[in-house]
Design a protein around this ligand. Structure first.
Ligand code: ADP
Length: 395
């Protein structure tokens, strides 16, 4: 069993920077947990305290059942993989792999077995006698992983191991590390500032801001039920759109009244927003929850028709014609970014701008023109609402 538990852990550096505040975290046995947050939020500090490379100012860290606050790094039974590989340049890959094992005086037979097993797992048999300078970035990264694997640690700690790699290779290594986790069935804690890396790799993700854990949950829950505006804006690309406004009540219906448009509050959210009547709220909506429809004036004045083949989506939204119109926001198309399978569109309404994300197959990009006004349906069922002061989620 190799859980990692942090209880009320804080770190204040000698220069008084408070890099971690009251962090409570449990990495479960065999779990792949990701710490994600913007640069400087304290992710590496947390990881380094677990590794024993930084003292803990307050709180307790357990690896397995053992309190490790006072245990030196080499005795913590962890292996760390860094961004800069940290391979010894004058040693071959084999020597790099075996260095720690020799230091710990493992018998040569055990060392040989572990090196073979690791080389097989990573497919690096041909590289064992090369020095790091004769390896590509990816091969070096594999050698660095190998050095961690041969030690058969209780816990792997990764500190942004892929940020030096080019985009294509990064995606490949992501998959490799995930496969490695499945194969080794070992507890892994992975630090990154890249939310896509976090979402694709983590079984659970802890989002960190200013040294504090904001939310710890599965990728799906983080995405669909963010606890605050920070998490909502950090996870997802392009990010969630935010609009300031207030809740109005007219004829028994609740509306979000923004600076330049209004949205009828979905019946799913009415209970939570009832008490907010007349109060300011922040509306959040993801780019994929806004759909373009043909402007009534260009479609002959009839009912709004989807510009894309989105009838199913509209049915799923369960909107009748009148409520559809109530959730239509006429907006100016500012930018088209074809991404292949998807197309990103930037719009403006009044002084506000926002992003829309569509599957390219659902639109006819040639029908879109920058500068034209397009009617967009905001899927009110998918709207999020936040308190503008505390930034905590209301819905
Ligand atoms: P992240 O890994 O999220 O980028 P870090 O843990 O490296 O963040 O840093 C968190 C905060 O602590 C930052 O403000 C950083 O400047 C500060 N910090 C990191 N290391 C030290 C150190 N050795 N001494 C003083 N301040 C530090």
């Amino acid at each position: 069993m190799a859980k990692v538990i942090l209880k009320n852990v804080s770190k204040v550096y000698p220069n008084s920077v408070r890099a971690a505040s009251n962090v409570n975290l449990e990495v479960r046995d065999k779990e792949f947990l990701v710490l994600v947050g913007p640069s400087g939020c304290g992710k590496s500090t947390i990881l380094r305290m677990i590794a024993g490379l930084e003292d803990v100012s307050e709180g307790e860290i357990y690896i397995g059942e053992r309190l490790v606050n006072e245990v030196p790094p080499k005795d913590r039974d962890i292996a760390m993989v860094f961004q800069n590989y940290a391979l010894y340049p004058h040693m071959t890959v084999r020597q790099n792999l075996t260095f720690a094992l020799r230091l710990h005086k493992h018998p040569p037979k055990v060392i040989e077995e572990r090196v073979s097993k690791t080389a097989e797992i990573l497919g690096i048999f041909d590289l064992l006698d090369r020095k790091p300078r004769a390896l590509s970035g990816g091969q070096r990264q594999r050698a660095a992983l190998g050095r961690a694997i041969v030690r058969e640690p209780l816990v792997f700690l990764f500190d942004e191991p892929l940020s030096n790699l080019d985009a294509k290779f990064r995606v490949q290594m992501r998959t490799e590390i995930k496969k490695l986790h499945q194969r080794l069935q070992t507890t892994m804690l992975y630090v990154t500032h890249d939310q896509i890396e976090a979402m694709t790799m983590g079984e659970r993700i802890a989002v960190i801001k200013e040294g504090r854990v904001q939310q710890l949950s599965t990728p799906a829950l983080l995405y669909h039920q963010p606890v605050n505006k920070f998490v909502a804006g950090f996870i997802g690309s392009p990010p969630m759109n935010f609009f300031e406004g207030k809740i109005d009540c007219r004829e028994g219906n609740l509306y979000f009244q923004g600076a330049s448009f209004q949205i009828k509050v979905s019946r799913l959210h009415v209970n939570r927003l009832d008490s907010k009547e007349g109060k300011e709220v922040t509306l959040g909506i993801r780019p994929e929850d806004i759909y373009p429809v043909k402007s009534p004036d260009t479609s002959g004045g009839g009912a709004a028709k989807p510009l894309f083949n989105g009838a199913k989506l509209l049915n799923r939204m369960n909107l009748n014609t009148s409520s559809k119109e109530e959730n239509i926001v006429r907006s100016k198309l500012e930018l088209i970014e074809p991404m292949g399978a998807e197309t990103f569109l930037s719009f403006s309404v009044g002084k506000e701008s926002f992003n829309v994300r569509l599957e390219s197959a659902q639109i006819a990009p040639e029908k879109l023109k920058v500068g034209e006004n397009i009617d967009l349906i905001f899927n009110s069922e998918r709207c999020h609402y936040f308190d503008p002061r505390s930034e905590e989620a209301i819905v």
